[in-house]
Design a protein around this ligand. Structure first.
Ligand code: GLC
Length: 468
C-alpha cells in the first residue's frame, strides 16, 4: 500500500508527463518498477514535448556551482595557516573536514559583491537562455532560505541574504528560465547518508564524523531533509528545472514521491534523469559530448576550466573557439549545453569565464539562428564541421557550420539530395553558387571565412532532407 499512495496523489494532478524508457545507466529498483511504469503510463509523449518545448529551443544554459567551498577557492586553511588543496567542491570530503569546522566557513561567508542582475546579464550576453544554480551541493549547506534546515545561507552567514530567491527573480525579470541543482544522494552534513561504494571511494559519505555505517538510514535523511527542501524549492522559487545529482541510493518509490511533489507544486517544471530510477525528462552527459547524441532529450554539462566550484589558480580555461564548437556539436545532435561557472566567495564570476562567455555571446549574436530552435539532421557530420537544421512542410533549412574554411573555396555537403532553393552566408546574406549531384551539394565560397570560430552557411532545400 505504501508505494501506491504517491500514485493516487498523482491521479488528481493536472498535467503529468514522463519520458520514454532510455538506456540510462541509473540503477533500477525492480521491487518498485511497476510504480515507475505506472507513472510513465499517465504521461504522454505530447505532454513531455510540451514541457520541454522552451528547453529544446534554448540549447544553451549556465550552470553555477556556488557554495561554502567557494570561499577560499577550494583551499582550506589549516590551524597553522597552511592551505590545503580541497580539489573543488568536494573539499570537505577530500580533506575530511569535521562538519563543525566546515560549518565555520559560513561565519565568514559574506559575498558582498554578489549581484543577481550581473550574473543574469552575463548569462544573457553569452546567449544563454536558462540558469541552474546549486541550491544544495554535497556539503549539505543550503544556499537558500530553508525553513527545514538551519544550516542555510540566510541563517548561518553574516550576509543573511537568499541568492536563490534573488537569482530566480532576476531571471524572471529578464526572461531567462531558472533551475536549481540539488544533491540527492550526497550530504556530508547529514548523519543518515550511507556510503554506497567502497568506503575509500570517491563517492563516500561522511565517514569521519559518522563512522558507523550500520546506523545510517537513507530513508530518514530523505524524509527529514530531501522532501522538505524540495518542497521549499518548489513553493518558494517555482523553478523551471529541477536538476538532481547523485541518485545512486534512491529507491524507485522515493523518486516517484519526488516527482509527485514536483508535479503537484510546479507541473511545468522539467526534471533531469538524476532524479533516479529512469524517471525524469532528460538525460545528462557530464564533461563529454556523446558521439552520436541520444534519442531522448539530453544535455551536456561541462566546466569552462577544470573545476565546477571556484578554484583559485585554475586558469586552464577552454578557448572560446572550443566553447563555441562544443555548443555547435551539442546542437547538431539535438542536445543542450549547460556550461558551468564557479563564482568566488565574494560572489564574482572569474574574469577568465566572463571573457569566454562574452566571446561566445558575440558569436551567438551573429549565428544564433543556426543554433536555437534547430535539431540534428539525418545527414552524417561532415569532415569540415557540423550541421543543424529547421524543417517545415515546404523544405529544409540546413545550417552548415564550417569549422575549417576550404582554401580552394569549394565545399561539399555529402548526402544532400533534392533541389537548392537558396544558399547564403548567414551573417552577410551574400548569395553563394550551389548545385546538387549524386555526391551531395557543392558550394562555392568566398575566400575569407566571415567568423573565426565557425562560419554559418544557410542552405535551403526542397523537399525536406530525409536520407542519411
Ligand atoms: C561531478 C562533480 C560534482 C558536480 C557534478 C555536476 O559529478 O563531482 O561535484 O556537481 O559533476 O554534474
Amino acid at each position: 500500500m505504501k508505494r501506491i499512495a504517491p500514485l493516487l496523489a498523482f491521479a488528481a494532478l493536472p498535467v503529468f508527463a514522463q519520458n520514454t524508457p532510455t538506456k540510462s545507466s541509473a540503477p533500477i529498483d525492480t521491487g518498485d518498477a511497476h510504480a515507475a511504469q505506472a507513472l510513465k503510463a499517465i504521461d504522454t509523449p505530447e505532454q513531455l514535448a510540451a514541457r520541454l518545448a522552451w528547453w529544446n529551443d534554448a540549447r544553451f544554459g549556465m550552470f553555477i556551482h556556488w557554495g561554502l567551498y567557494s570561499q577560499w577557492g577550494c583551499h582550506y586553511p589549516g590551524s597553522d595557516g597552511k592551505l590545503f588543496d580541497g580539489l573543488g567542491e568536494h573539499m570537505m570530503m577530500r580533506l575530511r573536514i569535521p562538519r563543525a569546522d566546515y560549518a565555520r566557513i559560513a561565519d565568514v561567508f559574506n559575498p558582498v559583491k554578489f549581484d543577481a542582475e550581473a550574473w543574469v546579464a552575463t548569462a544573457q550576453a553569452a546567449g544563454m537562455k536558462y540558469i541552474v544554480i546549486t541550491s544544495k551541493h554535497h556539503d549539505g549547506f543550503a544556499m537558500f532560505d530553508s525553513p527545514s534546515s538551519d544550516y542555510n545561507i540566510v541563517k548561518r552567514t553574516p550576509w543573511h541574504r537568499d541568492p536563490v530567491k534573488e537569482l530566480a527573480e532576476a531571471c524572471r525579470h529578464h526572461g531567462l528560465r531558472f533551475g536549481v541543482y540539488y544533491s540527492l544522494g550526497r550530504d556530508w552534513d547529514d548523519p543518515d547518508v550511507p556510503t554506497d561504494l567502497k568506503p575509500d571511494g570517491w563517492r563516500r559519505s561522511n565517514t569521519w564524523d559518522f563512522p558507523d555505517e550500520s546506523k545510517k538510514d537513507f530513508a530518514k535523511y530523505f524524509e527529514r531533509k530531501v522532501k522538505p527542501q524540495i518542497r521549499e524549492l518548489l513553493t518558494q522559487y517555482h523553478p523551471d528545472i529541477l536538476w538532481f545529482d547523485t541518485p545512486e541510493k534512491i529507491k524507485t518509490a522515493q523518486s516517484v514521491e519526488l516527482m509527485a511533489l514536483i508535479r503537484q507544486f510546479q507541473p511545468s517544471c522539467i526534471v533531469n534523469q538524476r532524479i533516479g530510477n529512469r524517471l525524469g525528462d532528460y538525460r545528462v552527459a557530464e564533461q563529454e559530448i556523446p558521439a552520436g547524441g541520444w534519442l531522448d532529450a539530453w544535455e551536456t554539462c561541462m566546466t569552462l576550466n577544470r573545476h565546477w566550484g571556484y578554484y583559485a589558480g585554475d586558469e586552464d580555461f577552454k578557448p572560446s573557439q572550443t566553447v563555441v564548437r562544443n555548443l555547435i556539436d551539442v546542437a547538431s545532435k539535438s542536445g543542450n549545453f549547460l556550461l558551468n561557472v564557479g563564482p568566488t566567495g565574494e560572489g564574482v564570476i572569474p574574469a577568465g569565464s566572463i571573457e569566454r562567455l562574452r566571446e561566445t555571446g558575440a558569436w551567438l549574436a551573429r549565428n544564433g539562428e543556426a543554433i536555437r530552435g534547430t535539431t540534428a539532421t539525418p545527414l552524417k557530420a561532415p569532415a569540415w564541421g557540423r550541421l543543424t537544421q529547421k524543417t517545415n512542410a515546404a523544405g529544409t533549412t540546413l545550417y552548415l557550420h564550417v569549422f575549417e574554411w576550404p582554401a580552394d573555396g569549394r565545399l561539399v555537403v555529402p548526402g544532400v539530395s533534392g533541389k537548392v532553393v537558396s544558399a547564403t552566408l548567414l551573417v552577410t546574406g551574400e548569395k553563394l553558387a550551389a548545385t546538387i549531384d549524386p555526391a551531395g551539394a557543392h558550394l562555392v565560397l568566398p575566400a575569407n571565412a566571415p567568423d573565426t570560430f565557425s562560419s554559418t552557411i544557410v542552405l535551403t532545400l526542397q523537399p525536406p532532407v530525409t536520407t542519411r
